[in-house]
Write a protein that binds this ligand. Structure first.
Ligand code: ATP
Ligand code: MG
Length: 354
C-alpha cells in the first residue's frame, strides 16, 4: 500500500477483465483404472463460466445496482470483490491498488479488509447464534481495528444509534431479535470499521415489505451521512431504480447492459433487460400485454461457445449473426452500453462518434 492519495479521477473500485471459472464434473476413477490414468484419458475438466470477462467501475459515493436472474453469477462476483474467492484471471483495484492478485486466504488480515465490507442476504444466517448483538457489532472492530474496551463500548453504542437499534437490545442474542432488528445488527456490523465500499447482496430479501422500506431508508441515510459507495445486488428492480445511480445487468456470467439507472430504465437496449423491466408490475390498463415472456432454455454456462450470444435460444429477437459472433458492450447513450447486435445507439451519440 502507498501513502499517496490517488488522483481524483481514480475510481474507488475498478474491475477489469475479471473471470471466475469453476472446474465441474471431474471424471471419477471408475472401472478400477488408476486415478491418474483415468484423468489423463478424460482430458481437462469442463469449466463453468460463472464470471466471464466482467469490466466496470464504481466511483466514490456512487451506488451501483447489479441485477440478473438466479445463477447468472452475482454472488460469485460479490465473493470475488470481497476476496472470499480467488479470480481465475483479471484485476480488481481499490483506490488504484491491485487487490485481485492477493490470495483470498491472506486477505482477511490485509489492510484492505476493513475497506470493503458486506451485508448478507439473510441476517439470521450471517449472525453467530452465540454472539449477542453487542458481540456481533464489536467482532469486526476487535479483528480489524482493535481498541480499548471503554472506547469499544462507546463505538458500539454509536453504531447502534446510527442504525436505529435501541441500546437495550444490544445484550440480546439473534433468536431474541426480529428480522428488522437483525438486519440493523448486520448493517451496524458492516459499517463498524468505516468501509469505503459496502456490498449488499439482496439485503432486504428475507424481510417483509414494510420492514424492507425502513431498512432501505436506513441504507440511503447512512450513505449520505458516511459517504460510502454501495454495490447493491437485488432482484427487485423498483428498489434498484430508487436507490441506484447506475445499474448493471448480468446474464450467464456477462454484463449485458450497464449505464445510469435513469437511462437504462427509460430506454433499455438489451432484449434481456427489456424483458426484465417489462416484468415490473404496472397498474395502468393494458400494461400486462406489454410484458415480454421469455421462452426457450437458458444456454449452459459450462464451456459456452465464444462465438454465440449467451442469450441465444431465449432471445425473442435473435438473428443469424447471434449464432456466429458474440456481441460486445457498445455505447448506446452517454455512459450507457449494451451488448446486442440489434441495439441502436441514440442518434446524437452516433453523430458524436462519427
Ligand atoms: N463453488 C462452485 N463450484 C461450481 N459452480 C459454482 C460454484 N459457486 C457457484 N457456482 C455456479 O456459478 C453460477 C453462478 O452462481 P451464483 O451463486 O454466483 O449465482 P447468483 O446470480 O448469485 O444466483 P442467485 O440469484 O440465485 O443467488 C451458477 O451456475 C452456480 O451453479
Ligand atoms: Mg446469489
Amino acid at each position: 500500500m502507498t501513502d499517496q492519495t490517488p488522483p481524483k479521477e481514480t475510481p474507488l473500485l475498478d474491475v477489469t477483465a475479471l473471470y471466475k471459472l469453476f472446474a465441474v464434473g471431474k471424471p471419477a476413477a471408475r472401472f478400477k483404472r488408476p486415478v491418474k490414468e483415468w484423468l489423463q484419458a478424460a482430458g481437462p475438466s469442463p469449466k463453468l463460466h460463472a464470471v466471464d470477462n466482467v469490466n466496470f467501475t464504481i466511483a466514490r459515493g456512487e451506488t451501483m445496482g447489479l441485477v440478473g436472474e438466479s445463477g447468472c453469477g452475482k454472488s460469485t462476483l460479490v465473493r470475488l470483490l470481497t476476496r472470499l474467492l480467488d479470480p481465475t484471471d483479471g484485476s480488481i483495484r481499490l483506490n488504484g491498488e491491485e487487490i485481485g492478485q492477493m490470495p483470498a486466504k491472506g486477505f482477511g488480515s490485509s489492510p484492505y479488509r476493513p475497506r470493503v465490507q458486506m451485508v448478507f442476504q439473510d441476517a439470521t444466517d450471517s449472525l453467530n447464534p452465540r454472539y449477542t448483538a453487542f458481540d456481533a457489532i464489536a467482532d469486526p472492530i476487535n479483528r480489524l481495528k482493535p481498541m480499548p474496551s471503554a472506547d469499544l463500548a462507546k463505538r458500539v453504542a454509536e453504531l447502534a444509534d446510527l442504525c436505529g437499534l435501541p441500546q437495550a437490545l444490544l445484550s440480546r442474542f439473534p433468536h431474541q431479535l426480529s428480522g428488522g432488528q437483525k438486519a440493523r445488527v448486520g448493517i451496524a456490523r458492516a459499517i463498524a470499521v468505516d468501509p469505503e465500499l459496502l456490498i449488499l447482496d439482496e439485503p432486504t430479501a428475507a424481510l417483509d415489505v414494510s420492514v424492507q422500506v425502513v431498512i432501505l431508508q436506513l441504507l440511503d441515510d447512512l450513505k449520505q451521512r458516511l459517504g460510502m459507495s454501495y454495490l447493491f445486488v437485488s432482484h427487485d428492480l423498483n428498489v434498484v431504480r430508487l436507490l441506484c445511480d447506475r445499474v448493471m445487468v448480468m446474464y450467464l456470467g456477462k454484463i449485458v447492459e450497464i449505464g445510469p439507472a435513469d437511462s437504462v430504465f427509460r430506454n433499455p437496449r438489451h432484449p434481456y433487460t427489456q424483458a426484465l423491466l417489462s416484468a415490473i408490475p404496472h397498474f395502468e390498463p393494458g400494461a400486462a400485454s406489454a410484458r415480454i415472456r421469455l421462452g426457450g432454455e437458458p444456454r449452459s454456462p459450462i464451456d459456452p461457445s465464444p462465438n454465440v450470444c449467451r442469450f441465444m435460444g431465449r432471445c425473442p429477437k435473435s438473428i443469424a449473426q447471434c449464432e456466429t459472433a458474440m456481441p460486445h458492450l457498445r455505447p448506446m447513450a452517454p455512459g450507457h452500453e449494451a451488448s446486442c447486435h440489434l441495439a441502436e445507439p441514440d442518434a446524437d451519440l452516433v453523430k458524436v462518434i462519427a
